[in-house]
Design a protein around this ligand. Structure first.
Ligand code: NAP
Length: 313
């Protein structure tokens, strides 16, 4: 075990984690931020962020996250890029973490591990992953394989609308396949998406299989209309799945109280069921899931961690 005990270890580097880092750094707690495999979190996979206050013209998602990281570092946060927590023992303080195979001790912990993309759960989805099946239009949309080809986006929320609109830059047509006949997305996003000539909604439909060539390349999807039961195939070169997220909380299962979907339960003051462990952002929020609410939760978690440590001094 290492001799050194960190005051605050922050797991995750999205809006929640980096805001917690900024506040705890300014409190002179020298926080350590473990970024995980995706530094900056899911916002780095968005194009323009138009609803983060302070940026009247919007701001690129990656740029916003780099700004937050630099702001936290300026006050002394230590950001460990790519570092991932493989295991955590929260049975007593200091908490014992295994980070990239090495032990780490933390007096307080702020979990801001975010959420990952939800999958359809089809065997063909897994088989054709990265061969035309993707979960991120901003990351993959410009690939030559999708140029001037018909594309499919699955989902009906803000993410699906954003992906569909973005993909109209590259594809010949974007079929937006949704399981209902009404989008879940915010009004402004839904209107913008449906007004785009290149977006064709496919209502009341579920993808039952992703079709591909033997050498592994998406050629289409098999759809089932859940009202009529009718089945048909739709040709496409890419399937962009945007059906929501699942919280990244598996390593804390059995140690922290969670709801049935795996979201960590928290009190109004960012406390989890284990004293000294605080939580913020998408791994504990299935209601708002916004950059600004995650940042607010990160701030609350930081202030509470600081108060706890001060009370123990
Ligand atoms: P979401 O709002 O949870 O929407 C998920 C969509 O996927 C829903 O339309 C849902 O259908 C559908 N879906 C879920 N499971 C499915 C399945 N197994 N098969 C087929 N369809 C399925 O997720 P999101 O769009 O990723 O948005 C998450 C949060 O981020 C939201 O709060 C959103 O406002 C926010 N966001 C904001 C922006 C922005 O403002 N720029 C951009 C992206 C995301 P039903 O509607 O039938 O449930």
């Amino acid at each position: 075990m290492p001799d050194e005990i960190q005051n605050v270890v922050i797991i995750g580097s999205g809006c929640a984690g980096l805001t917690a880092a900024l506040y705890t750094a300014r409190a002179r707690l020298e926080p350590t931020v473990l970024t995980g495999a995706m530094p900056g979190g899911l916002l780095t996979t968005t194009s323009i962020v138009e609803n983060y206050p302070g940026f009247p013209e919007g701001i690129d998602g990656t740029e916003l996250m780099i700004n937050m990281q630099q702001q936290a570092e300026r006050f002394g946060a230590q950001v460990k890029f790519g570092s991932t927590v493989e295991a955590a023992d929260l049975s007593e303080r200091p908490f014992k973490l295994t980070v990239d195979g090495e032990p780490m001790l933390a007096n307080t912990l702020i979990i801001a591990s975010g959420a990952g993309h939800r999958h359809l759960g089809l065997p063909s989805e897994q088989a054709l992953d990265k061969k035309g099946v993707t979960y991120c239009a901003t990351c993959d949309g410009a690939l030559p394989m999708f140029r001037d080809q018909p594309l499919v986006v699955v989902g009906g929320g803000d993410s699906a609308c954003e992906e569909a609109t973005y993909l109209t830059r590259f594809g010949s047509k974007v079929h937006l396949v949704h399981r209902r006949d009404e989008l879940r997305a915010s009004k402004i996003m839904a209107e913008r998406t449906l007004a785009n000539d290149k977006v064709e909604p496919v209502w009341d439909s579920e993808v039952t299989e992703i079709l591909g060539e033997a050498e592994g390349k998406v050629t289409g999807v098999r759809l089932k209309n859940n009202k009529t039961g009718e089945e048909n195939a739709l040709n496409c070169a890419g399937v962009f799945i945007a059906i929501g997220h699942v919280p990244n909380t598996q390593i804390f299962e059995g140690q922290l109280e969670m709801d049935d979907a795996g979201y960590i339960l928290r009190t109004e003051s960012a406390q989890t069921s284990v004293p000294g462990v605080f939580v913020a952002g998408d791994c504990s929020d299935k209601v708002y899931r916004q950059a600004i609410t995650a940042a607010g939760m990160g701030c609350a978690a930081a202030i509470e961690a600081e108060r706890l440590l001060a009370s123990e001094d």
